[in-house]
Design a protein around this ligand. Structure first.
Ligand SMILES: [Zn+2]
Length: 271
């Protein structure tokens, strides 16, 4: 099997190319395999779903449990995708902007505001959703409340869910907002699901991890089914799973290497 490789900073420029979103070219590059895949289909809209902690090896391990995501990968493309950060804020900022952490300097939500105050027009701080909004397209973000607030004045439609101890309920609420947003037929929708990450920190067994994976897969299925026909999905991890010691106990040499190199899964496809 040939394993396709890319970097998470390539996602934003790829969407920019596919949907013709004008953007100052970032450090990432449009992914040729995705361009070829999209050529044979009409991809007018894009949905990005960040599945927190979905490392490449973790995805391979959990994919039998994640039936809908696995099906999308079968119809589409699966990448081993290099992430430039091992924690969430800089990793997601890289996905959304196409720049490395040392370029966007966003290591926490507060950094978004302090970096913008230095230069409000800094292209390295602009997400693909914001570039699209500026070009007159309809874009939406559904993420944690504080992160969502950072989109105020930058894009029109953003939905925030307050952090919660009940992470399955949290993801449920994110998904409901995502479905609500899809009814408005956005050109680009960005969503962040967190159950797998929370479970990886707090649980001890694979059975419990599978429960989180299954719930995420169910949420993905609903988003897939409610999107417009001409939508291309980008489902990706932000970083390899935390608590490597716990989850790499019986791992192969290759799985350990993928983990150490911080490879995440990226699944691209039309449903
Ligand atoms: Zn994360």
């Amino acid at each position: 099997m040939i394993v396709l490789e890319c970097r998470t900073i390539d996602i934003a420029p790829t969407i920019s190319r596919l949907l013709k979103v004008p953007m100052v070219p970032p450090s990432g590059r449009s992914i040729p395999e995705v361009e070829n895949y999209a050529k044979e289909r009409s991809c007018e809209k894009a949905v990005i779903i960040v599945v927190d902690s979905l490392g490449y090896s973790l995805y391979r391990h959990l994919s039998p449990t994640m039936r809908n995501l696995h099906e999308l990968a079968e119809k589409g493309l699966l990448f081993k995708c290099r992430s430039p950060a091992t924690i969430t804020s800089p990793a997601i900022a890289s996905i959304f902007t196409g720049y490395l952490p040392e370029e966007h300097n966003i290591y926490s939500t507060a950094d978004i505001y302090s970096e913008r105050s230095k230069d409000p027009e800094n292209p390295r701080l602009k997400s693909i959703m914001e570039w699209a909004y500026r070009a007159g397209m309809k874009t939406s973000a559904v993420i944690e409340l504080e992160g969502a607030e950072s989109f105020r004045g930058r894009i029109k439609d953003f939905y925030g869910v307050p952090n919660s101890e009940d992470i399955l309920d949290y993801d449920r609420r994110i998904t409901e907002y995502a479905l609500q947003s899809l009814r408005e037929k956005p050109d680009i929708l960005a969503v962040h699901l967190r159950a797998l990450d929370r479970y990886s920190h707090r649980v001890e067994t694979w059975d419990e991890m599978k429960k989180a994976a299954k719930t995420i897969d169910k949420n993905l299925e609903e988003i897939f089914r409610n999107a417009e026909k001409d939508t291309i999905f980008f489902i990706c991890g932000d970083h390899a799973v935390h608590g490597g010691k716990k989850w790499l106990k019986n791992a192969t040499h290759e799985e350990i290497k993928n983990h150490e190199e911080n490879y995440v899964a990226l699944i691209v496809g039309c449903y």
